[in-house]
Design a protein around this ligand. Structure first.
Ligand SMILES: *[C@@H]1O[C@H](CO)[C@@H](O)[C@H](O)[C@H]1NC(C)=O
Ligand SMILES: *[C@@H]1O[C@H](CO)[C@@H](O)[C@H](O)[C@H]1NC(C)=O
Ligand SMILES: *[C@@H]1O[C@H](CO)[C@@H](O)[C@H](O)[C@H]1NC(C)=O
Ligand SMILES: *[C@@H]1O[C@H](CO)[C@@H](O)[C@H](O)[C@H]1NC(C)=O
Ligand SMILES: [Cu+2]
Length: 173
């Protein structure tokens, strides 16, 4: 199971890398005036005037922000690929009288703990108060798989969908 998952992640990474190279070539032929790759999605590459060296700011979950009852594995799948130096922005309201079930962000150490939502060796990234305002920013600045999860309710939020993994790719241009 774990092995299969790793393989499919790898496959996705390879496919998206090929796609990235293909689309950047397509862009090249049109020349610098034609960076009109607007998918109406700010999370996608090529929406900047000049995509060279630009890193993206991606709201995790899009308009759903970081909330209970949303499948972030699915979100990450449809919003891949993610690139080295992309900034993930997690938005969640701090605890209050109207928000009795706040969220948090943890990094799980490996695929096994990720699959089981085992928080035992998890590293706190942002506590329940840190996702307010403009949100909590996390830069994907290491070439490694990241296993994100909400740490609240002893893994219950994680098991209910508040988790996703990301393997940042390098841009080859
Ligand atoms: C983007 O969205 C706006 C408003 O939702 C729409 O008017 C516009 O046609 C869309 N552009 C493209 C390229 O799909
Ligand atoms: C990533 O960002 C760091 C800090 O801003 C910068 O020094 C580095 O060159 C960037 N790397 C890539 C591959 O964009
Ligand atoms: C969350 O982290 C911030 C920044 O480190 C800190 O000021 C705050 O006291 C922490 N809040 C809780 C509830 O742990
Ligand atoms: C989220 O979506 C993934 C991929 O479609 C699926 O495998 C998983 O079971 C879903 N998780 C939940 C909690 O529904
Ligand atoms: Cu949560």
């Amino acid at each position: 199971m774990a092995l299969m998952y790793t393989h499919s992640l790898l496959l996705i990474a390879v496919i998206s890398a090929i796609f990235t190279v293909a689309s950047s070539n397509a862009n090249f032929q049109k020349g610098p005036q034609n960076w009109n790759f607007n998918f109406n999605n700010t999370n996608k590459p090529f929406t900047h005037k000049n995509p060279f060296h630009s890193s993206r700011r991606i709201i995790v979950g899009g308009s759903n922000n970081w909330r209970f009852g949303f499948n972030y594995t699915e979100w990450a799948r449809t919003n891949a690929p993610f690139f080295f130096n992309d900034t993930l922005v997690f938005k969640f309201d701090p605890p209050s009288t109207t928000n009795l079930h706040p969220h948090s962000i943890y990094l799980l150490p490996n695929l096994w703990s990720f699959l089981r939502c085992d928080l035992k060796w998890a590293k706190l990234v942002a506590n329940t108060s840190q996702g307010g305002g403009e949100g909590f920013e996390f830069v994907l600045n290491k070439w490694k798989p990241y296993y994100f999860a909400c740490g609240e309710s002893n893994g219950f939020h994680c098991q209910s969908g508040m988790k996703f993994s990301v393997m940042p790719l390098f841009r080859w241009f």
